[in-house]
Design a protein around this ligand. Sequence first.
Ligand SMILES: O=C(CO)[C@H](O)[C@H](O)COP(=O)(O)O
Length: 208
Amino acid sequence: MKLQAALDTLTLDECLDLLKETNGSVQIAEVGTPFVIKEGMRPVRAIKKAFPNIEVLADTKIMDAGEFEADACFEAGADIVTVLGVSNDATIAGVVRSAKKYGRKVMVDMIEVQDLAKRTAEVDQMGVDYICVHTAFDVQATGKDPLDDLKVVNQVIKNAKSAVAGGVKLATIDAIVNEGAEIIVVGGAICNADDRAAMAKALQGRLK
Ligand SMILES: O=C(CO)[C@H](O)[C@H](O)COP(=O)(O)O
């Protein structure tokens, strides 16, 4: 299991400090979608250069022009790129082609997929590395969390590994760990913690 820290709202300098403070607890640094919108691929390059041993995920949530957009992320040094599960198969296939070309990985973000079992079965046949269940930030306030969706994906997948995102915190991580996921994504619970290093260490301590 790997802990992925989602860096969504901090500045680049704050992210570099966070990764220094939490070094050893975080295996994957996610350059979050809001961060990509603000800064493009600059944080991907900077984080990869400063922390060559940490995997960098570009959370681009690609929806079209899959190969072209994924190429740009991998050229910047991303180890993993995200594409949306609701995208056309041709878009996901393009991202997979790009990843194979660069020797990198693809995560499919299943945010807002309506028939999760059906789409997971389809995407699982497409050569992707991770299938990530994701409770959208905008619906987390309703109390929904991603555990039930993770159970669905874990029952269906035969090739890809599962990942989970959306409001995961210390109080909810044990149930996720017990269910099983290769990557557990935590954003706000680390970035907004009073002591980020202690929080990342505590979360990492719960992983198997
Ligand atoms: O992709 C995202 C939002 O679309 C976030 O990075 C992901 O949900 C993790 O952040 P948090 O733990 O704060 O929900």
